[in-house]
Structures are given as structure tokens and as C-alpha cells.
Write a protein that binds this ligand. Sequence first.
Ligand code: SF4
Length: 367
Amino acid sequence: MKFVDEYRDPAAARHFVRAIKSTLTRPRSIMEICGGQTHAIVKFGLDQLLPSSLTLVHGPGCPVCVTPVEMINKAIEIALQPDAILCSFGDMLRVPGSQRDLFSVKAQGGDARIVYSPLDALKIARANPNKQVVFFAVGFETTAPNNAMAVYQAKRENLENFSLLVAHVCVPPAMEAILSSLDNQVEGFLAAGHVCAVMGYREYEPIAQKYHTPIVVTGFEPLDILQGIALCIKQLEEGRAEVENPYVRAVRPDGNLAAKKILAQVFCPGPRVWRGIGEIPDSGLHLTEEYSFFDAEMRFGLAEALRANAASECISGSILRGIKKPHECPAFGVRCTPEQPLGAPMVSNEGACAAYYRYRRHATKGN
Ligand code: SF4
């Protein structure tokens, strides 16, 4: 298949593995930011091709996983309102809130609907003028432009029954939080290629310099990932800490200027709580004053409400910061499965626990 097989070529993969083995002189730890990359690593067994002295740790780049329980509770609160329709991508409906998930609210008669785009939610709002329609806006810089467009469109149409429950997060502040934490083990990053396709990679350069940490923009196919690791290791061994972009087929230095323009018009940076990490300054996107009319938290009076703790047995915080791996969780595959999840990383298509459960459940049993 054109543009897929080329990036899964076994001979080229062996070339990168040999390069990594011949360059590596001591134990190293590299974090892939994105849950999509985690799934590719586990699915294709890339970590098992690498020297045992090289540890790949899995980062916080799964939007469902890092959305805090408080936000899930707020979505549930909205879905329970008799005149509201809560629209969301499917996997958010299965993430446990403090007491229940959105699917159980739906089963009890709450109106929570799965959509595939924020524009679907706009259509629902146009078709239901007597209902308040809320789109649960989760995700990184990749999904935010679409959600910004939906709000922009709603404003143009004077659609007064549409709003966003905004839980957007941005990658660079989370990288800084990880690098500055006392128990940090990360020596280099594979940056998420799709985030960089939107934002470019200029904002990573000060981070690489400040923390003397190499950052390599990386795609999602096996060769992308192996090449990213090889370049990261080379930098570490040479004592360099730069931003490199081998993912040139998708990423330009300044990213997608049109997407960045609509983002800057509709959203502005502000603090955001990340599940398992806590509040990180300027790591969230919030609606600007001009678009604050479309803020569901304000419209439903939820801004200060609903503090909550995640299920105590779930160690997702340590997993999202790269301190532990999914199979080190005592509940993994026993009390926590995709059918009966205790935490978001087991629910999400990009969750690290889901990746280990899907591809490596039997291999990791007993570890
Ligand atoms: S296996 Fe389940 S309980 Fe354990 S960290 Fe993952 S999601 Fe949380």
C-alpha cells in the first residue's frame, strides 16, 4: 500500500535498530508523548527490538486519559439536565466519573450522544432549538481548531443553544512539568507529529535548550518511531539537545497557519488540571472573552463545582508521567479491563493500559 508499506519495511527497521544499538553506550530513557505512538510501539513490538538498556516510557498524550474526573462529572451533570443534549466522542462516554459514566446516564434517560465531529453537534443544535446542545471539547492542539471552527460558526449564525464544555490541553507545558518534576526519568522526547503538524515546532526549542533535552518530531508508523528514537539517542550520546524534524512529510516549522489563526481567535491559554499530574499553568485552552457566551461551564453554572478524586486503586498518574508501566498496576487485567475500566487509560483508544491489554496482556501477566 502506497505510503504505508514504505514505513513498515523490515529491512529499514533493522537498519535503525542496528544504528541505535551501535550508538547507545549507557542506559537511557525516552518518552513518546502521544498515545497513538504508544499503541504503535506496543502493537509492532518496537520496544522489544531495542536494547534492554533503552527504556521507552509512555507519556500523557492521550486526551481522554488526561481529562480529569471533575470534567467527566461536569459532562454528566449537563447530560442529566432535562433540556440539554451532551455530545461527545464515543470513548469519553465510558470513562468513569466519581460515581458513574456517561453511558449509564444515557441508560437512565439522560441525553448523551456520540458524534464524530463538533459540526455534528452544531447540526443537532440547529435541529433542536428548544434544547441546550453542548459539545464535550477534549483533546490537544490537534482537535482544538475544529472545535474553534464550530464555535466561530455558531457565533456567525447567532446559535444561542450551542456551547462547548472545554477541556483542551496543550503539550509543551506538560513536557515542562514532566522535566521539572523531582522524579523525572525522561532524557529525550519523541514529540507528537500531528500536534506539530498544527503548531509547528518552534515552541519546543526553548524547552530543549532550558532542560538540555533532545526533542524529535515523530510520526506514527514503525519506521517513523525507530528513526525518531535513533536521532534522539544520537543527540544524547553526542551531548546535544536540539529539536529535530525528520517528519518533514507532515510538519513544517511554523505548522498550519490557518489552524493557528482560528485557534488564537477563539481560545486563549490558561491553567488546566491534568489527570494524574495536577494543575499546569497555561496548559489549557479556554474560550476568549469574545466567545465566552459559548462556555458551557458558565452557562450551566458549573465553573466552581464538582471537585472529585479518581479511583484510588488506579495508578494512571504514574503511568501518564512515565514513572510506571501499565502492567505494573495491580489492577491491570484483573479488576481493570476494557469492559470494566477503573481508569481512563484502559478506556481510550490511545490509552497506554488499553494498548498493553490489547497487544501484550498475556506476555505481561506475572511481571
Ligand atoms: S490498569 Fe486500570 S487501574 Fe491500572 S492504571 Fe491502568 S486504567 Fe488505572
